[in-house]
Design a protein around this ligand. Structure first.
Ligand code: 0YR
Ligand code: MG
Length: 376
C-alpha cells in the first residue's frame, strides 16, 4: 500500500451553549485542523488535532502538513507508521523549527491518520489492532458542565442532568475571577460544595483550574478541596511549572492531574520522575499522535500511575486507546464534535459503547466537510 495524496481540512464546531469559559480560556468553537491521507488501496485515513478554532493558527497547522510533511509521506507505505513517526519527527530542518507547538500538532494529525489506515487495512477497530479485548466497558466522566461562565443555578441544573444521564463522575472548572479580574477561589470552593452536596455517595468530583492559579492560591484552595473529597485537582498552576506541581503533589491530600498541555514524552518523563503528577492526562493530539501517546502510557504504567487521557480529539481516537491500554479505566466526555463522525463515541449509563468500525474512529460523515470545514 502506498500513499498517493495528502489533503487538509479545518473543522470548526460550536461548543455547548455557544460559548464556554475555563480558568484560562473563553471558547466559542472547537477546532480540528486535520488531514485525509489517500492510498492506492482505495483506503483513506483521517487524522486531526484539537484547537481553540483560531483560524490563523489552524491554517499554520494545515500548511505544515501540506508543505512540510506531505513530501515525506508520498509514496510510502502508511502501515510503517512507527518508522514514519521518526522520519517526520527527526527530519533535521523540521526538528530545528519545532519539537512542540504547531509542527507537533500537525504531526499528531498525520500520525492519527496513519494509524487509522493501518487499522482499516487490518479490517479492525484500532483498539483491537492494539490488543484490547472490547469486553471492558470503559467508565466516562463528564467534563461538559461546570464552566466558569455558568451561574450557580445553571451549575446545579447541569449536575442534576448529568446524574440523570447516568454519570457517576463529573468535573467542574475552578480558577474563577471577580469583576476586577482577581482570582476568586472563594467562588470556586462554594461551587465545589454545591455540586458535592448533590452527588450521591461514591460519585466522583474532579476540579480543573486550567493553569489559572498561582502557587499560593493552589496551596491554600487545594487544602480546602480535601474537605469535599475531590478526586483530583487538574492543572492547578502554569502548565510547565514542574517544581510547583511537585510541591503541590507532595503537600496536598488531593491528587494532581495534568498532561493536556505537555507535548512530548520527555516532558512526561520529567513530571513523572519528579513525582509532580498522579493522574497522567496524555493527549494523543497534543503529543505527536498515537505513537507518542502509547509511549507515555507505557511510561506512566511502569510508574503505576493511572492514565486518564485528555481528549483534544473529542474522544474518537482516545476511546480506542483507553480500551486497549491497561493504565486506562476512565475517559473524559465532551460531545461537541459528535455530528462530524460516522461512528461518534457514545456513552450509555456512564459507560462508553465499544466501537466496531475498522479504523481509529476518525472517519468523517459525508456532510462533515460541507458543514464544518472553514478552509474551503
Ligand atoms: C477549553 N479538559 C479541559 C477546553 C478542556 C478545556 O479550554 O479546552 O477546558 O479541554 O481542560 O480537561
Ligand atoms: Mg483540563
Amino acid at each position: 500500500m502506498r500513499i498517493t495524496g495528502v489533503e487538509t481540512f479545518i473543522l470548526h464546531v460550536e461548543v455547548s451553549g455557544g460559548a464556554i469559559a475555563d480558568g484560562s480560556h473563553r471558547v466559542g468553537h472547537w477546532g480540528a485542523p486535520g488531514v485525509l491521507i489517500h492510498t492506492d488501496a482505495g483506503l483513506t485515513g483521517t487524522g486531526y488535532t484539537g484547537t481553540h478554532a483560531h483560524l490563523a493558527s489552524d491554517r499554520m497547522i494545515a500548511l505544515c502538513i501540506e508543505e512540510a510533511y506531505a513530501p515525506l509521506l508520498l509514496g510510502r507505505d502508511p502501515r510503517e507508521v512507527r518508522s514514519l513517526w521518526t522520519r517526520l519527527q527527526r527530519h533535521p530542518p523540521l526538528q530545528w523549527v519545532g519539537r512542540s507547538g504547531i509542527t507537533h500538532l500537525a504531526h499528531a494529525a498525520v500520525d492519527v491518520a496513519l494509524w487509522d489506515l493501518k487499522a482499516q487495512a487490518a479490517g479492525e477497530p484500532l483498539w483491537r489492532l492494539l490488543g484490547g479485548s472490547g469486553e471492558q466497558r470503559l467508565e466516562a466522566y463528564d467534563t461538559d458542565g461546570g464552566w466558569l461562565d455558568r451561574s450557580d443555578e445553571q451549575l446545579l441544573a447541569e449536575t442534576e442532568a448529568r446524574l440523570e444521564q447516568g454519570y457517576r463522575a463529573v468535573k467542574i472548572k475552578v480558577g474563577s475571577r471577580d469583576e476586577r479580574g482577581r482570582l476568586d477561589p472563594g467562588r470556586d470552593l462554594r461551587r465545589v460544595a454545591l455540586v458535592r452536596g448533590l452527588l450521591p455517595t461514591g460519585a466522583r468530583l474532579m476540579v480543573d483550574a486550567n493553569g489559572a492559579w498561582d502557587l499560593a492560591t493552589a496551596l491554600e484552595a487545594g487544602r480546602a478541596l480535601a474537605e469535599h473529597a475531590v478526586a483530583w485537582l487538574e492543572e492547578p498552576i502554569w502548565y510547565d511549572d514542574l517544581p510547583g506541581h511537585a510541591r503541590l503533589s507532595a503537600e496536598l491530600a488531593t491528587p494532581i492531574a495534568l498532561g493536556e498541555q505537555l507535548y512530548t514524552l520527555d516532558a512526561f518523563r520529567d513530571f513523572i520522575t519528579a513525582g509532580a503528577v498522579h493522574y497522567v492526562q496524555a493527549d494523543a493530539v497534543r503529543l505527536a499522535g498515537v505513537t507518542e501517546w502509547w509511549r507515555v502510557a507505557e511510561l506512566a504504567h511502569a510508574h503505576h500511575l493511572p492514565v486518564v487521557p485528555h481528549i483534544g480529539d473529542m474522544m474518537q481516537v482516545h476511546l480506542h486507546l483507553a480500551l486497549a491500554h491497561p493504565a486506562c479505566t476512565l475517559l473524559e466526555h465532551i460531545p461537541w464534535m459528535r455530528d462530524c463522525f460516522e461512528e461518534p463515541a457514545t456513552v450509555v449509563d456512564g459507560r462508553f459503547e465499544v466501537p466496531e468500525r475498522p479504523g481509529a474512529g476518525t472517519t468523517l460523515r459525508e456532510d462533515a466537510l460541507e458543514r464544518f470545514d472553514v478552509a474551503r
